[in-house]
Design a protein around this ligand. Structure first.
Ligand SMILES: NC(=[NH2+])NCCC[C@H](N)C(=O)O
Ligand SMILES: [Mn+2]
Ligand SMILES: [Mn+2]
Length: 299
């Protein structure tokens, strides 16, 4: 993997209703992310946080899109930052913040790849648009937005074109999908490993298949890891926990196999909410998983 890593925090909590997830980047830093990755021989630099501009915050939920303006503005500046990190030849490592920030990360990366692959590690599909969303929360929409679906204010960030293609996306860990998301998955044929498939095949086989699939068709791979992909017993500090999730061990195996495959070109770890956490456990889990993603080994 790229030895030069640039880390950015995005203290965003406006993509959903529960306060505290804006403190995710601090909690992850406090859990020792820099030392953890530096020890592995990387040249890692922390460039600090993207400013989340709350001045544009109204209380309104126009068109079933809560906080559309500040979420848009923040993602625009994140996209610019990610794009410049990638241009310098560094690996962007993004710390969330709620999952709405994937809109900016993916928009920033997409310009450099003809076929950017995305591994969406999550209990949810985040494939809603304003028309299908039960909540109006933009953190339930970033994968749809990246595919070019949804409100033009969001889909045109960093260019008026879809940033990724459905056939280059793999969702891993899904166990709570809304009706509109299920319809989209059926009609697009997107690759989704729900908990059912993971239970049947085992994580080793799921990652083996995912890696082989993306290797043949993609020129870069973005990992978007929502901590709620893990079971709430292992990652309690998240705003939308869903029982029956991926274990700590399965998640480490997934990261280790990605490290071996040397295919990931950017990553984000999102939805860590210290207010809902138990003694910073979820931030520590995030850092441990980053360790494995960057090649930590016992022998
Ligand atoms: N990134 C997340 N945690 N997303 C949760 C989304 C929950 C629900 N599907 C919604 O759209 O509101
Ligand atoms: Mn989720
Ligand atoms: Mn998510």
């Amino acid at each position: 993997m790229n030895r030069n890593v640039t880390m950015i925090g995005v203290p965003m909590d406006l993509g959903q209703n529960r306060r505290g997830v804006d403190m995710g980047p601090s909690a992850i830093r406090y859990a020792g992310v820099l030392e953890r990755i530096r020890t592995l021989g990387y040249n890692i630099e922390d460039k600090g946080d993207i400013q989340v501009k709350k001045e544009t915050l109204g209380n309104e939920n126009i068109h079933n899109l809560s906080n559309l303006d500040p979420v848009t503005e923040t993602n625009k500046s994140l996209a610019r930052t990610v794009s410049s990190i990638n241009k310098e030849g560094h690996f962007p490592l993004i710390l969330g913040g709620d999952h709405s920030i994937a809109i900016g990360t993916i928009a920033g990366m997409s310009g450099y790849f003809d076929n950017l692959g995305v591994i969406w590690y999550d209990a949810h599909g985040d494939l809603n648009t304003a028309d299908t969303s039960p909540s109006g929360n933009i953190h339930g929409m970033p994968l749809a937005v990246s595919l070019g679906l949804g409100h033009p204010t969001l889909t045109t960030i960093n260019g008026d074109f879809p940033k990724i293609k459905p056939e280059n996306v793999i969702i891993i860990g899904a166990r709570e999908l809304d009706e509109g998301e299920k319809d989209y998955i059926r009609q697009s044929g997107m690759n989704v490993y729900t908990m059912h498939e993971i239970d049947r095949l085992g994580m080793s086989e799921v990652m083996h298949q995912s890696i082989n699939y993306l290797k043949d068709r993609c020129d870069g791979v973005h990992l978007s890891l929502d901590l709620d992909g893990l079971d709430p017993h292992d990652a309690p500090g998240v705003g939308t926990p869903v029982l029956g999730g991926l274990t700590y061990r399965e998640s480490h195996l997934a990261m280790e196999m990605l490290a071996e495959a040397k295919m990931v070109t950017s990553a984000e770890f999102v939805e860590v909410n210290p207010i809902l956490d138990e003694k910073n456990k979820t931030a520590e889990v995030a850092v441990a998983l980053m360790g494995s993603l960057f090649g930590e080994k016992l022998k």
